[in-house]
Write a protein that binds this ligand. Structure first.
Ligand code: F6P
Length: 343
């Protein structure tokens, strides 16, 4: 087969491991040819591609980012984009496309598959918000980086008896905030799934202060929202694809908590640091397993499906099940597990 491969949306650690696995599996097991489209769907629309083989993929397993480049270009939002993308695939004799991406890229994959384009999806995003898989490529690394940073904030917080507010990415879900907050022993975690009231958070911080000289860590997801009428946030900026550009709530939360508690507060925004650098072993293995499964899916003609992790098993789900609705944090995890420690 001649397979097209692309990475779309925000980059994350583990993409190169996935590319390498696709190339290895396709060439070693099936003698396929792999065409790597540059910058996500943009490369398909513009016919911008490079050949990929085992030699080109040497040394990329531990490297962050993506050797193919990425973008949030959506052929359905570009004039003539779908027609041009389809023409590229026909001209190049592409038998199928493996699209590695998050909600945006995979939604395009679903729409194209519905129009008859042979596409298989692979889920990646540090946000872990894609349905149809327990974990996405990149999430584990982002949590790992956040935990290391919060551990460092802990020691300086203890020396000064301060409250440290740490803002993490995650867009409209709180997976990174919850996992990193739990793993790093945060006193408070604020996630988009449950609007917060800083008066409640301040009371909790005060209680901790009264029973001992405890430094406290507050992890806030960039997309966390205050309960209506409790806190004014500046209106969000929009990017060229009409997505909210998030980031900055950590400063507002720190300022307000200092005002409410009279405890000294500082804030740190981890931002894109969570997306950079080398992937964890978990992400390398997940990406490798997904890469192999995606090539097998293409050879089975499982177009319109996505590979995903279900328990310990990698299997397929329809892209229609994986997209459309975001995977939000599990309330059992938020209240059952975190509830015990976040008091
Ligand atoms: O979806 C991944 C993500 O890192 C989000 O957590 C974040 O809100 C967004 O991308 C940032 O996008 P950009 O890199 O375009 O600023």
């Amino acid at each position: 087969m001649r397979l097209g491969l692309l990475t779309g949306g925000g980059d994350c650690p583990g993409l190169n491991a996935a590319i390498r696995a696709v190339v290895r599996k396709a060439t070693v097991s099936f003698a396929d040819e792999i065409v790597g489209f540059r910058d996500g769907w943009h490369g398909v629309i513009e016919d911008d591609a490079i050949p990929l083989d085992v030699a080109r993929c040497r040394g990329i397993l531990p490297r962050g980012g993506t050797i193919l480049g990425t973008s949030r270009v959506n052929p359905f939002k570009v004039s003539g984009g779908v027609e041009r993308a389809m023409a590229t695939l026909t001209r190049r004799g592409i038998d199928g496309v493996i699209a590695i991406g998050g909600e945006g890229t995979l939604s395009v994959a679903r729409q194209l598959a519905e129009s008859g384009v042979p596409v298989v999806g692979m889920p990646k995003t540090i946000d872990n918000d894609v349905n149809g898989t327990d974990f996405t490529i990149g999430f584990d690394t982002a949590v790992h980086v956040a935990v290391e940073a919060i551990d460092r904030l802990h020691t300086t917080a203890e020396s000064h008896d301060r409250v440290m507010v740490c803002e993490v990415m995650g867009r409209h879900v709180g997976w990174i905030a919850l996992y990193s907050g739990l793993a790093a022993g945060a006193a408070i975690v604020l996630v988009p799934e449950e609007p917060f009231d800083l008066a409640v958070a301040a009371e909790r911080l005060g209680r901790r202060r009264n029973i001992g000289r405890f430094a406290s860590i507050v992890v806030v997801a960039e997309g966390a929202k205050p309960k209506a009428g409790t806190l004014e946030l500046p209106p969000p900026e929009m990017d060229e694809w009409d997505h909210e550009r998030l980031g900055g709530i950590g400063a507002v939360v720190a300022r307000e908590l200092e005002h409410l508690t009279h405890l000294e507060c500082r804030f740190t925004i981890l931002g894109h640091v969570l997306r950079g650098g080398t992937p964890t072993a978990f992400d390398r293995i997940l990406a490798t397993r997904f890469g192999i499964a995606a090539v097998e899916a293409a050879h089975d003609g499982a177009w319109g499906e996505m590979v995903g992790l279900h328990g310990a098993v990698v299997s397929r789900v329809p892209l229609s099940e994986a997209t459309g609705e975001l995977k939000v944090v599990d309330p059992g995890m938020l209240h059952g597990v975190a509830g015990i420690f976040l008091e």
